[in-house]
Design a protein around this ligand. Structure first.
Ligand SMILES: NC(=O)c1ccc[n+]([C@@H]2O[C@H](COP(=O)([O-])OP(=O)(O)OC[C@H]3O[C@@H](n4cnc5c(N)ncnc54)[C@H](OP(=O)(O)O)[C@@H]3O)[C@@H](O)[C@H]2O)c1
Length: 321
């Protein structure tokens, strides 16, 4: 099937996720980027060859005839676009949290985890691209919960650390180089981080305690998950269950020896998973380690995976695995 005439647009082309996405779309070869927006950098190169960024106000008339529109906007800015375009032909991949499970605006929207819900994504009109932290947590735990390996009577503890691009490109004092460099800190304490909404909605049978941390690196997420397991369950069963679930997926790599670190995943669209047994516990728990690039599998890479499903491309097309 010839699909080179398929066209896409990007709202928010100057932000971290938008720029990453434009880079991936440029190397995809099956789609043409018709426009990308930015108000602050209008007229500057977009990252797609020969295509300057245009102001957001000029985008709406250009949406007609697009196959897919990507929304790489701040939270709250995507939902008006989705409402306006719901009845139009264009299909939408929304990278914001506006329509993710638990948002209250998820009706008629497919939560786009390509490894878990590919059929729903294929036929979706609007896809809510998952958050970066939830991608690692949900893909680690969902197959284990489904296989009955976890003990749901005890909480799953997630210690998650992200590089600073996770907070977006708009300047913030606490993200200045002088504040972040050489430091390492927990934030969002109290188990109320906004990403818990989609994790809880997707893993309702589990009690989650989520503790995010800020890492003094530009990009990358490492999640260390202490998973209470049923009696007799260990890392070997965990690895076997993941291999069964993700053996065919180009974007999930299961490490059968050792556990992943950021070096395995930064500047890729991979999620890397590893598991370890623990000695000396009265109640058994397996430590799971998930590593991903927040801008790759945590955002733009996953958005391209979703686009590939929606438009009928090969699963690995345009992603860095
Ligand atoms: N960063 C990550 O690791 C990550 C991962 C997964 C999901 N996400 C989600 O993806 C979305 C984009 O994140 P990001 O990190 O790329 O953010 P960002 O770096 O702050 O970029 C935001 C983009 O939106 C535009 N913009 C800013 N204010 C706007 C407004 N009021 N109306 C319309 N456009 C506006 C900006 O360009 P102009 O100001 O020039 O117009 C920029 O292109 C967010 O909802 C974020 O939560 C981020």
């Amino acid at each position: 099937m010839m699909m080179h005439n398929l066209s896409v647009g990007v709202l928010g082309g100057s932000g971290y996720t938008g720029r990453e996405l434009l880079g991936l779309l440029g190397g995809h070869g099956g789609v043409h980027v018709r426009f990308a927006t930015s108000d602050s950098e209008a007229g500057q190169p977009s990252g797609a060859r020969g295509l300057p960024l245009i102001p957001l106000a000029q985008a709406e008339p250009l949406v007609a005839g697009l196959d897919v529109l990507f929304l790489c906007l701040p939270h709250g800015e995507a939902s008006p676009w989705v409402e306006r375009l719901r009845e139009e032909d264009v299909r939408i991949i929304d990278l914001t949290a506006d329509h993710r499970p638990g948002s209250g605006r998820e009706s008629g929207v497919v939560y786009g985890l390509p490894e878990l819900t590919p059929d729903a994504v294929r036929s979706a009109k609007v896809v809510a691209n998952p958050g970066c932290y939830p991608t690692g947590v949900i893909l680690s735990l969902a197959p284990l919960a489904r296989a009955g390996l976890l003990d749901p009577s005890r909480p799953v503890v997630v210690n998650a650390a992200s590089g600073v691009t996770g907070a977006g490109r708009a300047p913030k004092r606490e993200l200045l180089f002088g504040e972040v460099f050489g430091d390492y800190r927990a934030y969002g304490l109290g188990n109320g981080h906004r990403h818990l909404l989609e994790m809880r909605a997707t893993l309702p049978e589990l009690e989650l305690l989520f503790v995010p941390h800020l890492l003094p690196v530009a990009r990358g997420i490492l999640e260390t998950i202490v998973a209470p397991v049923a009696p007799g369950v260990g890392a070997e069963q965990v690895l076997g269950t993941w291999l069964e679930a993700y053996g065919q997926s180009p974007a999930v790599q299961v490490m059968t020896k050792g556990v992943p670190s950021l070096a395995n995943v930064v500047n890729t669209d991979l999620l890397a998973l590893g598991a370890s047994d623990n000695e000396g516990l009265r109640s058994p728990a397996v430590t799971l380690v998930a590593a991903l690039d927040n801008l790759g599998k945590g955002a733009a890479g996953q958005a391209v995976q979703n686009m590939n499903l929606m438009l009928g491309f090969e699963a690995e097309r345009g992603i860095r695995c």
